[in-house]
Unconditional design. Structure first.
Length: 85
């Protein structure tokens, strides 16, 4: 578990959040980390791309970044927006 996630959980416990909310945060974290994993030779990225394209046939959704280059571009844009004055 990432250091920032552990710190967030400690803060939630110290501030008196309900156990249900803490469990929901832990569940979301476990699912969210798979969003960024690329796998060996980008195999997981390719599988995620196929899955999102299949879902896109039935429901219009935005395509999340699934390649290392796409993740870098997404992180760069997010950081630039956060730093904007």
């Amino acid at each position: 578990m990432a250091l920032s996630t552990r710190a967030q959980l400690e803060w939630m416990r110290a501030s008196g959040c309900s156990p249900e909310r803490i469990a929901e945060f832990e569940r979301k974290f476990k699912l969210a980390k798979w969003f960024f994993v690329q796998g060996c030779c980008n195999l997981l990225g390719a599988l995620k791309w196929l899955a999102f394209r299949a879902v896109n046939l039935f429901k219009i959704i935005g395509m999340p970044p699934v390649t290392r280059q796409g993740l870098f571009k997404w992180a760069t844009k997010s950081t630039l927006l956060a730093c904007e004055i």
